[in-house]
Ligand binder design. Sequence first.
Ligand code: GLN
Length: 621
Amino acid sequence: MSFSVQNIPGEEEAARIDSPIMDYLHDLRERFAGLDAGDIADYIPELAKASSGSFGISMATTEGHVYEVGDSRHEFTIQSISKPFVYGLALEDNGRTDVLKKIGVEPTGDAFNSISLDPLSGQPANPMINAGAITAAGMVMGHSNDKKINRIMEMLSAYAGRPLSLDEAVYLSESHTGHRNRAIGYMLRNFNILEEDPSETLELYFKQCSVSVSCRDLAIMGATLANAGINPLTQERAIRGEYVESVLSVMGSCGMYDYAGEWIYKVGMPAKSGVAGGIVAVLPGKLGIGVFSPPLDKRGNSVRGIEVCNRISMDFNLHMFNVVQPGKSVIRSAYDGSHITSKHLRNAADRRRLQQRAQCIRIYEIQGDLNFSTTEVIVNEIVNRSSDADYFIVDLKRVLTLDQSACRLFFQLLLKLADRDKQLLFTNADAWPVLGKYMQRRLKADDKARWQSFEDDYALEYCESRILDTGEVTPVETEIDSFELFDGLTADEIDVIGSKLKKQAYRQGEIIINQGEPASQLYLLAQGQVSIKITLPDGKVKRLATLSPGLVFGEMAWIERSERSAAVTVDVEAFCYKLDIADFDAMMVDHSAIKVKVLENLCRLFSRNLRKANTEIGVLS
Ligand code: GLN
């Protein structure tokens, strides 16, 4: 008996503990190995050669982790398990409408080889019984039978993630004895469901049933369906995503023939069995299971295979209708603009005005997957808060997936808020082009500008600026006595300090301070706007703050007498007053009172910055 676990290719396997999942599968195999009910299929003579003791179990996740125990690499013929996959190829080749015209999707409760054709139209009930599967094989495109079987083999190989081959002996054996299937083929020809001589299509069908697979292959094929059609190990697409749901639907309703109802009730996973003893089961979004054990029950399903799937489903709560809510809320944190302000620092008057009104900005940090249910939670929260606020910022930075239903809900919400003159804004939406495209496609020309996506905290800054922009005329230039740094100075003292200040104008884009250079000046921004930015070790530039008139900058290195830790560049044409550290030091002799007052103000400024940082850490954690 062989045991192995394989992770994402390339991962080191040596000196690692065995996965608990391996222990579990090992126990499971031991537990059911003794179950010797069932008979090996012998209606295809070559199948009768299988050993009733062969028993392998494999499980593959959509993360690309594969677990396997027992005879997991033993090859057997895929048989009826080929049916859902070939049905998928027929859908890709012909489109859903044309396929549905020929093959129904109603479970019959009959055996796999039942004739089950509609008495009037001759339409097979579903693609999982032989009649439907032979029809599906007939719908695979290709100029010759060789081309068609090659396409089927390539498709199955893409699912398995390795080149599969044909078991000639089993194929010939079935071809020699497949009279019942021939009868079905001719019935289909009679009703014009098959439009040409059925013998070619029957050979194609016998061949597709004779492809060799292991139960490890089946688990990976199942995981590929679970992973929206992309093989999680090779990342190759095996089927167009839009058809995966159709394939899984017919597996869910008809995959286990006349046992399908009880199977979906108990195990709760779309599945397909084959007469060689294989079963594939799929838990959408999560995993695929492959089991191999030849003895079959009266319905043609592997006895041990059914027990194993049943047990795995129960032990790990995998029934697809047993959907547990994700433990984490989709809203990671929610706060308003009075708790956190943007990196745009403002003078005392603006800060006060913002403080009074900033509750009208609501910020939502979102995490995880955005689908109908999770987006509904966000939309419901914003709707409930819609009378409290005017700006709603949705930060998508920690979102893992975002689907069309999320786009649709956000779009409707944006329109509804706009009706009330309120705005829905997004942060980090560039990572989700599907959302931007959805909005741009549906917004009317006049409304296009309502879709706004920002980086970093620019959405918050935008809202703050909108709040402050009340039409009041802001002073063109900050007078020296209006700087907070000079609070408490008498008129005479202002004159003294004023005489030490040097005025300088800067053009837009100009660099006032370079990161790393020695510091000798303190800057007071009298007009315009500047930004403080650092270059990170990886070369990326990060904005630390943007400053409005009335604020000082360069104070940290100035007081520490160290190098500049960040650069300062001009956003909007500016002029500054500069205070030289040597001049400030010299004031100790004749103007110590001024120096003390300025240092006190500087302390207050440091304290305020620290307080802002602390609040933000508190709110954000
Ligand atoms: N080739 C087999 C047949 O048509 C497949 C049947 C099966 O696996 N259930 O008879």
